[in-house]
Design a protein around this ligand. Sequence first.
Ligand code: PLP
Length: 385
Amino acid sequence: MFSDRTRWNLEENRLSHKLAQLRASGQTILDLTRSNATECGLSYEEQEIQRALAQPASLLYQPDPRGIKSARDAVSAYYQQQQVHLPADDLILTSGTSEAYSFIFRLLCNPGDEVLIPAPSYPLFDFLADLCDVKLVRYPLLYDHGWQIDFAALAATSSRTKALIVVHPNNPTGQYASTAEQSKLADFCVQRGIALVADEVFLDFSLNNSPAQSFVSLNQALTFTLSGLSKICGLPQMKLAWIAVSGPSDDQAQALARLEVITDAYLSVGTPVQLATPELLATRGEFQAQVIARVQENLRELDAQLSRQSACNRLLCEGGWAGVLRVPAVRSDEDLAITLLSKEGVYVHPGHFYNFAQPGHLIVSLIVREDEFAEGIRRALSHFK
Ligand SMILES: Cc1ncc(COP(=O)(O)O)c(C=O)c1O
């Protein structure tokens, strides 16, 4: 009765099973994977947000398949503040970055076509690709005092390759594509006639005080830049994201016109959130300052604890909300995460969830409350003594 593309292994993985078991038995778990900003004790401009969502104009339904103009203008102004010119007409609003990926896959790929994605990276891609009958081909990122794209490995594309995804900064490795890498990626896509997709949901969370350059300003290849309120304002529940389309004008116009047909078939973004977008985006400064301060504090604590032992260290990161711990690779990361959960009551993600090629990596969220983070790391590191 069901399609092949939904023939997933629906069984809970061993780690989630253990977590559910321990929670059911009443054990308190220190959750170092928590990355839902609305559950991390951060403060929001509540009244402004609520007021913005309660506009009388929300009672009128006048859909625009690209998204209501005032919302697109606000997103365009967000880029203008980073000295990037992006006309509102080059934007398409979606209900999330995940939906944006699906629309782009549908726009570019026939069943069985391939999309290049970085490894390690964010695990949701597998499901999004399955749902659109797209095959993912991973290109490695290499770590040597910082992360870099392995351009030699990238060379191996096939005639079915339709797009290359770059996550800027990547989750969970936290590296931005350097300016040199950005233009190399654009050249690569131009040479092969494929599109460039840049996921910039964490763009604003740079840890070294210098704002990173958005892919929106690249024009050589057909480029889709994705972002949204989910991370920029810490408001994933609002369900508003966007695709900025840039590139050679013919390709750009075709892409926008075709995307407009796709979005018109769904009209998935709610009117209240679109009308609220200018005010919601205006709250991002306060939110981002809190997140960056917390990430920096948690990294300081992590480094202080790591300096008092020699079994583990952490990988360098430039931005985003995740930290990567390097631990002794004496068994699988999943077994290790299960042991940390049962013996120390601390929940971390194993590196293989994010397609790390080698064992010996654990992933922690850096936006967990400072006291919980410090205690969780203490418990995790005590295991390696
Ligand atoms: C790299 C990356 N892209 C996209 C998303 C999802 O964003 P959205 O909530 O807009 O679907 C996440 C969520 O963690 C992410 O890490």
